[in-house]
Design a protein around this ligand. Sequence first.
Ligand code: HAS
Length: 545
Amino acid sequence: VDKKDAKLALAHIYVAFIALFIGGLCGLLQVLVRSGQFELPFGIGYYQVLTVHGVLLGLVLTTYFILGFQTAAVSRTAGALSNGQRKLGWLGFWVMTIGTAAAAVMVLLNQASVLYTFYAPLQAHWIYYAGLALVVVGSWIVSLAQGLRFVQWKKENKGQTTPLLSYMVVVNNLMWFVATLGVAAEVLLQLLPWSMGFVERIDILLSRTLFWYFGHALVYFWLLPAYMIWYTVVPKIIGGKIFSDALARLSFILFLLLSVPVGIHHQLTEPGIDGFWKFLQVVLTLFVVVPSLMTAFSMFATFELRGRSLGSKGLFGWFKNLPWSDCRFLLPFIGMVAFIPGGAGGIVNASYQMNELIHNTIWVTGHFHLTVATAVVLTYFGAAFWLIPHLNGRKLTKRINNMANTAGILWAIGMTIMSGAMHIAGLFGAPRRSEYSTYGGSELASEWISYQIAQAVGGTILFLAILVILGVVINLLWFAPKGDQEFPVAEVAEGASKTPAILDNFKVWGVILVALIFIAYTVPIFDIINSSPLGSVGYPHLIGR
Ligand code: HAS
């Protein structure tokens, strides 16, 4: 990675790990409160802590890590950014950071305890919404810088297949841009005018629908950088090659097409949306599982091919030949394993009838701690541990590597206990996002208590893991010996078939994407707006302040 680009990437990584520390601390406070054995001091509110936790870990850590990693990935595979592109990158970084600081201040002042999903009817101070709007606009600017470098590469290398990692970055950014249009509309047309007092009432159903138009693609915006690492970096670390360039690109294109028109699967219990549209989006959701199954297939193939090249025999002989003591492999691998139950849980969530059972229970929290808080972030951490020294000219030593492995194992143990307990308690009906643990001694709630204590135990182990991870990061930032750390990117396997040019043609995919979004959303949104003044769907979604 070019030295000047490295600085830009590293600035993002700093913010990501500061967010990990504060957000992780709030996570610890939360599981302790839910265990029923602990009360928050100094009049701090439960929802305030929950908002800090969700916003810092779900929005800030992820967005900053992703944009930092992607800047480095583009610089590594498409070439150094031009001065203009780098300036854009810095502009975006500062716009995002001013926005983050403004939103953070409002949450700390308890003026924005509206959770990371922030849709109405909960209302925050307008500065919180303005701050989030800046974060989105800033992220567009950083993504634009990365996209411009990709376009420049295409011009310089006419007719050639684009570098896979840069291609993946561009797909993720396109998806992000299309998805954030929904939340931008919600913030600009509804939340800001409402919180500033210009309008008295806004349509809550519309606010939630616009949010979830964005919200599910958001989870794939988190996931795709992890997939970039699984597809292109992990094969190199294990000494192997990418199973198929075409398959990797196809899976990314399928995410681009199917991530947005599925948001209504978060609203399956919402009375104001007609069942047909829920059904359609459930079908599309089950389609978006396919690229993940392709990824699982591709990873198994990569591991097996490598194992066999080292002489392993039998169906699972390759398993022994993976580099288990290398944290650059172990942490992403733990993430992959966690994604098997995490993804299976997602299929349960998306299944219309089963969703009735788990919706708004702590099962959902268990689901996203396996997906984003394990599969995704452990992969990010595994990557940060070679990326940071690569960017600042240091070395990942054996001692730091062992520390990182300890953190990965602690994470796996803590998360198995916490997320397992969440899944089970959810099936018994324990609600998510509740500050109550005993519900005044209710008999039903007493069934949940032992699981909530297990959550606290798991959560405490997770916090220990976070402390070790921060120790690793501090070492890599300031104390590790100077040296050259590789940014690993694998080559494509010799036997893989040639990548069809159509996969590189964003115009075709753009048209299909827009068509799918119109099909999935035009009528539901038209219905919501049309029925809004009377609340004629029999649901009081037009609640004022
Ligand atoms: Fe989800 C709710 C459906 C994936 C995150 N999800 C959430 C929320 C979050 C979230 C944050 O349909 C809560 C939002 C809120 O605050 O209300 N989710 C799905 C489906 C998938 C899925 C169908 N979710 C994710 C990912 C997330 C994420 C990824 C973050 C990164 N989710 C839902 C639904 C809800 C929901 C409903 C709403 C519930 C409600 O009612 O509120 C799919 O994309 C999952 C497909 C994945 C797989 C797994 C493939 C496995 C792989 C690993 C291979 C392993 C290897 C190693 C190779 C089918 C790729 C193996 C080696 C060995 C030796 C074993």
